[in-house]
Design a protein around this ligand. Structure first.
Ligand code: PRP
Length: 189
Protein backbone atom coordinates (compact mmCIF):
# COMPACT_ATOMS: atom_id res chain seq x y z
CA UNK A 1 0.00 0.00 0.00
CA UNK A 2 1.23 3.50 0.67
CA UNK A 3 2.80 4.92 -2.43
CA UNK A 4 1.93 1.93 -4.62
CA UNK A 5 -1.66 3.17 -4.52
CA UNK A 6 -0.49 6.27 -6.43
CA UNK A 7 0.83 4.24 -9.39
CA UNK A 8 -1.30 3.98 -12.52
CA UNK A 9 0.82 1.25 -14.13
CA UNK A 10 4.30 -0.25 -14.30
CA UNK A 11 5.99 0.97 -17.48
CA UNK A 12 9.35 -0.84 -17.11
CA UNK A 13 9.63 -3.71 -14.63
CA UNK A 14 12.54 -4.32 -12.30
CA UNK A 15 13.64 -7.33 -14.42
CA UNK A 16 13.51 -5.30 -17.64
CA UNK A 17 15.55 -2.52 -16.06
CA UNK A 18 18.20 -4.88 -14.75
CA UNK A 19 18.50 -6.78 -18.04
CA UNK A 20 18.90 -3.57 -20.04
CA UNK A 21 21.51 -2.20 -17.62
CA UNK A 22 23.60 -5.33 -18.18
CA UNK A 23 23.40 -4.64 -21.95
CA UNK A 24 24.36 -1.00 -21.46
CA UNK A 25 27.30 -2.19 -19.37
CA UNK A 26 28.41 -4.46 -22.21
CA UNK A 27 28.31 -1.54 -24.68
CA UNK A 28 30.32 0.61 -22.29
CA UNK A 29 32.82 -2.21 -21.71
CA UNK A 30 33.45 -2.21 -25.47
CA UNK A 31 33.72 1.59 -25.62
CA UNK A 32 36.19 2.17 -22.79
CA UNK A 33 39.39 0.39 -21.78
CA UNK A 34 41.28 0.22 -18.49
CA UNK A 35 43.66 2.83 -19.90
CA UNK A 36 40.75 5.21 -20.52
CA UNK A 37 39.74 4.93 -16.85
CA UNK A 38 36.50 6.82 -17.54
CA UNK A 39 34.91 9.07 -14.95
CA UNK A 40 31.19 8.46 -14.53
CA UNK A 41 29.50 11.73 -13.64
CA UNK A 42 26.21 10.97 -11.91
CA UNK A 43 23.64 13.77 -12.16
CA UNK A 44 21.87 13.84 -8.79
CA UNK A 45 19.49 13.17 -7.49
CA UNK A 46 17.58 11.21 -10.14
CA UNK A 47 20.49 9.12 -11.45
CA UNK A 48 21.72 7.75 -8.13
CA UNK A 49 20.05 4.35 -8.48
CA UNK A 50 20.96 3.91 -12.15
CA UNK A 51 24.58 4.80 -11.39
CA UNK A 52 24.67 2.25 -8.57
CA UNK A 53 23.57 -0.59 -10.86
CA UNK A 54 25.47 0.61 -13.94
CA UNK A 55 28.81 0.81 -12.15
CA UNK A 56 28.41 -2.84 -11.11
CA UNK A 57 27.90 -3.84 -14.76
CA UNK A 58 31.26 -2.35 -15.80
CA UNK A 59 34.46 -4.34 -16.05
CA UNK A 60 36.96 -1.62 -17.00
CA UNK A 61 38.71 0.51 -14.38
CA UNK A 62 36.67 3.62 -13.74
CA UNK A 63 35.79 6.25 -11.18
CA UNK A 64 32.57 7.93 -10.13
CA UNK A 65 31.85 11.52 -9.17
CA UNK A 66 28.66 13.47 -8.56
CA UNK A 67 27.02 16.66 -9.69
CA UNK A 68 23.65 17.91 -8.50
CA UNK A 69 21.54 20.11 -10.71
CA UNK A 70 18.10 21.53 -10.27
CA UNK A 71 15.79 23.47 -12.48
CA UNK A 72 13.61 26.29 -11.26
CA UNK A 73 9.89 26.32 -11.96
CA UNK A 74 6.81 24.22 -11.48
CA UNK A 75 7.35 20.84 -9.92
CA UNK A 76 6.33 18.84 -12.97
CA UNK A 77 8.21 20.71 -15.68
CA UNK A 78 11.67 22.26 -15.92
CA UNK A 79 11.82 25.99 -16.67
CA UNK A 80 15.09 26.02 -18.57
CA UNK A 81 17.15 27.69 -15.87
CA UNK A 82 19.59 25.12 -14.54
CA UNK A 83 21.50 25.55 -11.30
CA UNK A 84 24.50 23.55 -10.13
CA UNK A 85 23.83 22.66 -6.49
CA UNK A 86 26.86 20.39 -6.12
CA UNK A 87 29.91 20.37 -8.36
CA UNK A 88 32.48 17.68 -9.12
CA UNK A 89 35.14 17.04 -6.53
CA UNK A 90 38.02 16.85 -8.97
CA UNK A 91 39.29 18.29 -12.25
CA UNK A 92 38.25 16.44 -15.42
CA UNK A 93 41.02 17.84 -17.59
CA UNK A 94 42.21 15.13 -19.98
CA UNK A 95 39.68 12.65 -18.60
CA UNK A 96 37.13 10.52 -20.46
CA UNK A 97 33.81 11.64 -18.99
CA UNK A 98 30.56 9.67 -19.11
CA UNK A 99 27.57 11.69 -17.95
CA UNK A 100 25.01 9.38 -16.30
CA UNK A 101 21.43 10.66 -16.34
CA UNK A 102 18.14 9.13 -15.36
CA UNK A 103 16.08 10.92 -18.01
CA UNK A 104 16.49 13.38 -20.87
CA UNK A 105 13.26 15.32 -21.20
CA UNK A 106 13.50 18.86 -22.67
CA UNK A 107 17.28 18.34 -22.89
CA UNK A 108 17.99 21.58 -21.03
CA UNK A 109 19.75 19.99 -18.05
CA UNK A 110 21.95 17.82 -20.22
CA UNK A 111 22.73 20.68 -22.59
CA UNK A 112 23.78 22.88 -19.69
CA UNK A 113 25.87 20.19 -18.01
CA UNK A 114 27.56 19.12 -21.26
CA UNK A 115 28.50 22.69 -22.18
CA UNK A 116 29.73 23.39 -18.69
CA UNK A 117 31.92 20.27 -18.60
CA UNK A 118 33.29 20.94 -22.10
CA UNK A 119 34.89 24.16 -20.83
CA UNK A 120 36.98 22.06 -18.41
CA UNK A 121 38.89 20.35 -21.26
CA UNK A 122 38.09 16.66 -20.83
CA UNK A 123 39.52 14.15 -23.34
CA UNK A 124 35.97 13.13 -24.28
CA UNK A 125 32.37 13.47 -23.13
CA UNK A 126 29.69 10.87 -23.73
CA UNK A 127 26.21 10.57 -22.31
CA UNK A 128 24.38 7.53 -20.97
CA UNK A 129 20.74 7.98 -19.98
CA UNK A 130 18.41 5.34 -18.65
CA UNK A 131 15.33 7.00 -20.13
CA UNK A 132 14.83 9.23 -23.13
CA UNK A 133 11.62 11.16 -23.79
CA UNK A 134 12.31 12.50 -27.31
CA UNK A 135 8.78 13.84 -27.81
CA UNK A 136 9.49 16.55 -25.21
CA UNK A 137 12.85 17.72 -26.56
CA UNK A 138 13.37 21.50 -26.72
CA UNK A 139 17.17 21.52 -27.01
CA UNK A 140 18.87 19.14 -29.39
CA UNK A 141 21.57 17.40 -27.37
CA UNK A 142 23.56 14.29 -28.35
CA UNK A 143 22.98 11.13 -26.30
CA UNK A 144 25.30 8.16 -26.88
CA UNK A 145 23.68 5.39 -24.82
CA UNK A 146 19.95 5.08 -24.12
CA UNK A 147 18.28 2.45 -21.96
CA UNK A 148 14.66 2.98 -22.97
CA UNK A 149 12.63 5.46 -24.95
CA UNK A 150 9.54 6.42 -22.99
CA UNK A 151 6.28 8.05 -24.05
CA UNK A 152 5.19 11.45 -22.73
CA UNK A 153 3.79 10.16 -19.45
CA UNK A 154 4.57 11.12 -15.85
CA UNK A 155 7.24 8.55 -15.00
CA UNK A 156 8.51 7.94 -11.47
CA UNK A 157 10.55 5.34 -9.60
CA UNK A 158 14.10 3.99 -9.81
CA UNK A 159 15.51 7.40 -8.83
CA UNK A 160 12.84 9.55 -10.49
CA UNK A 161 10.62 11.52 -8.17
CA UNK A 162 7.46 13.48 -7.95
CA UNK A 163 7.80 16.11 -5.22
CA UNK A 164 10.79 14.10 -3.86
CA UNK A 165 8.78 10.90 -3.39
CA UNK A 166 8.77 7.53 -5.20
CA UNK A 167 12.55 7.47 -5.90
CA UNK A 168 12.92 4.17 -4.03
CA UNK A 169 10.61 2.12 -6.27
CA UNK A 170 12.63 -0.59 -8.07
CA UNK A 171 10.65 -0.14 -11.32
CA UNK A 172 9.60 2.74 -13.60
CA UNK A 173 5.93 3.50 -13.14
CA UNK A 174 3.41 6.03 -14.34
CA UNK A 175 1.89 8.27 -11.69
CA UNK A 176 -1.88 8.56 -11.46
CA UNK A 177 -3.01 11.86 -12.92
CA UNK A 178 -4.98 12.78 -9.82
CA UNK A 179 -1.72 12.83 -7.80
CA UNK A 180 0.17 15.37 -9.90
CA UNK A 181 -2.91 17.32 -11.04
CA UNK A 182 -3.53 18.30 -7.41
CA UNK A 183 -0.06 19.83 -7.03
CA UNK A 184 -0.07 21.54 -10.43
CA UNK A 185 -3.28 23.25 -9.39
CA UNK A 186 -1.65 24.47 -6.16
CA UNK A 187 1.40 25.72 -8.09
CA UNK A 188 -0.63 27.88 -10.44
CA UNK A 189 -2.56 29.54 -7.66
C1 PRP B 1 15.38 15.80 -13.77
C2 PRP B 1 16.18 14.64 -14.35
C3 PRP B 1 17.09 15.29 -15.34
C4 PRP B 1 16.26 16.47 -15.82
C5 PRP B 1 15.68 16.15 -17.15
O1 PRP B 1 16.11 16.39 -12.73
O2 PRP B 1 16.92 13.96 -13.33
O3 PRP B 1 18.29 15.74 -14.74
O4 PRP B 1 15.22 16.68 -14.87
O5 PRP B 1 14.84 17.19 -17.60
P1 PRP B 1 15.22 18.16 -18.80
O6 PRP B 1 15.74 17.31 -19.92
O7 PRP B 1 13.90 18.79 -19.13
O8 PRP B 1 16.23 19.15 -18.32
P2 PRP B 1 15.50 17.44 -11.69
O9 PRP B 1 15.98 18.82 -12.06
O10 PRP B 1 14.03 17.23 -11.54
O11 PRP B 1 16.27 17.06 -10.33
P3 PRP B 1 16.35 15.62 -9.57
O12 PRP B 1 17.11 14.66 -10.47
O13 PRP B 1 17.13 15.98 -8.34
O14 PRP B 1 14.95 15.16 -9.27
Amino acid sequence: MGMLADIDKVLISEDQLQARIVELGESLNKTYSDEDRPLLVCILKGAFMFLADLTRALSMRHEVDFMETSSYGARTESSGVVRILLDLERSIEGRHVLIVEDIVDSGRTLNYVTRNLETRNPASIRVCTLLDKPSRRVVDVPVDFVGFEVPDEFVIGYGLDFDEEYRNLPFIGVLKEEIYAKVEEEDTR
